[in-house]
Design a protein around this ligand. Sequence first.
Ligand code: COA
Length: 328
Amino acid sequence: MVSRNAYIVGTGHSVPEGVITNADLEKIVDTSDEWITSRTGIKERRKADDDTGSSDLVAEAVSDALEMAGWEPEDVQGIIVGTVTPDYPFPSTAAIVADRLGMGRIPAYDFEAGCTAFIYGLIQAKAFVESGMMDRMIVVGADCLTRITNWDDRGSCILFGDGAGAVAVSSRGPGGRLGGWHWGSDGSLGQHLIQKAGGSKRPASHETVDRNEHTIFMNGSRIFKHAVRAMHDSCMEALKKDGTEKSSVDLLVSHQANLRIIDATARALELEPEQVFINIQKYGNTSAASIPIALDEAYRSDAIGESSTVVLAAFGAGLTWGGMILHW
Ligand code: COA
């Protein structure tokens, strides 16, 4: 049997124009630019206006990825969107965007793995493409977390921003070949990062709204500890599966949740500062969108070149974690 590979052949992203600076947050909660910058690395983040939903950002990001890939919308055989903030609980954001862009009656679905969703999506795409089920598909990570941010909680509201990133995955290169991967979860820690109401367990009611339970509850220090270990393990396991030494890594493109977490991951990989792609200062934590946004910026700025070996790593609600190696 001829073995098939899966390649990233197009990338794209979209962020809303509205900017919230640390100075803006100083007016809302008891915080300071100095605290936010030194504890997180974030200077500003983007916020969608009232008329914009995740699908609007997704459509723009996908259009960019299609253009880079040289695909028409009807070339796409499937689209999957990782998000915890779809336009609606149903129908899916993926189906809305497939229709809006004219992709035809293709399979389209959303899935949820918190901030790890994009890596989960790449692993699904690798399976679909390498097995021969599809030749051309779109993987998206998108979130408008400012829609579910608790603006009274200074421990979390400083972190989040909105955005979407997309990649076109093909059975034909050249491009970034999807290599070794790792993914996992631990639901016993799920209560540390949770939107408590709005699902089937606690449907929306006046009480859930009064108690602010439709916003993000986060135990920051508990998540921080988990994140450092999960990012390290995801990188190492993905490298092992790929058969690649950490000394061969050219660039780390990780989930942008906290600069200190990214630095700890880079130290574990023994990377130099120029081998770590960072854009958290501009966008904050955009959840599922953070890696594909960073990947698109890295690619378009030539931080990724021919024959680059790139490590992706993420952690998120669930709790979930994952990593993947890309070979250009
Ligand atoms: N401004 C000023 N002070 C703040 C603050 C803010 N925005 N947020 C928290 N503090 C205070 C706390 O109240 C606490 O004060 P105390 O010592 O008087 O009790 C102190 O700063 C330290 O709080 P702590 O939570 O231990 O800070 P930290 O160094 O862990 O940083 C986070 C907090 C949230 C930035 C950090 O824990 C983090 O990034 N966690 C991971 C979160 C994450 O990635 N979530 C998304 C997962 S995808």
